[in-house]
Ligand binder design. Sequence first.
Ligand code: HEM
Length: 367
Amino acid sequence: MTTFSLVALPIVVLLFVVRYHKEIRNWISTTTKDYGFFKKYGGSHSPSDVKGMAPYPAQPIKGRERYRVMMDIRKLDVQNWLTLDKNYMEEHSVRDDLLREKRDKVLQCLPESAQACQEALEEVSEFLCERYPNMFQKLVQGDRTSIQNCMTGERFDIGGSGSGGEGIDALEAAVRLTMEDLSILMMNEDGEYYLAASASLFPTGWTVEERIGWTISRLHEPVPLWHQHVANSVSKFLARLTPTSPMERSNYFVEIKRPDENLIEILYRPKGLCEKDLSVPSPEEIIIRRERQTFRRLPKTGTILFGVKTYLTRLDQLPMNELENLATEMRSWPDYVGEYKGKSVWGAKVLEFYKSRVGQMNEKVEV
Ligand code: HEM
């Protein structure tokens, strides 16, 4: 190849691409559409892949030196609105048990939320079928549409005539598909958002049976400083949320488990996270329980769909920088905040464990 063609060829290709970029883009999208490459959310996992999927990374503990209740909201990572991971099948079996055995405690829908629950199921199904097309499939038979969960074999009607999907059934189907707990927030006559429907299977010290219909403000009454620090900002944030501006935030709690506790007892904690008053829990019995919360305004009903995914990390598996940040934040809590968070049960043990890890690291450096 001559020097001239080496220089000229890329220029010709570049001019061609610039001149025909629209046609090229159309051609690519039509030839690849069938393979799902350009789907809105993408993804080509097979049903068995779920066993190897790492959880969506949880927000690290920041190590704030001054205590404040924080809104800490950020733009939703829309491609990962709902996530799947290797814990899917195990947690699905816990969800199935709870929905059978404690249905009223974990699932409630007020009558006015029926359409919103239906819309939530449609949105969840649409997302999962696009994001994980080999794990969830949409089936259309006549005027009925359903979703098939290829991992569990379950199938739910999404809509169309004869669909039993309104209200509580729709919300139940939605939380059987996801790893997230899902709630519908609606505005009352006083302009306040309240819990109109909820499937909260992994609660932290409450049940939807007792709190359905409560306003967001009342739900947070037990939380120290919530009203002083964030109540107004939360109301404004919820009122301003639009279908095109979904948001997310994260929370963490410290939970104590007994050595013989099973997953259902660890995840379903209606009475609180530290009520099992183990005087001296071991580091393996202390769990950092994180929540990834998502907020989406549903376009048709205008209600808010609130999602909560729970992640568990044992204290002895927490990276050193986060352990250090946890110790920093614990020191910043006023006594009454520490009391709300159960620090009297686990605080001394966490600090002791942190100091022993620091000691081990110093020994390594000296060697
Ligand atoms: C931006 C919105 C929100 C913020 C900033 C927020 C903040 C918080 C905080 C800081 C806590 C205490 C966590 C701890 O340190 O232990 C909490 C607890 C809680 N939140 Fe929220 N939250 C929000 C939205 C919601 C929504 C939409 C619900 C609806 C289900 C909800 C339900 C609860 C409940 C039930 C508790 C436990 C209260 C208790 O101890 O009884 N939150 N929230």
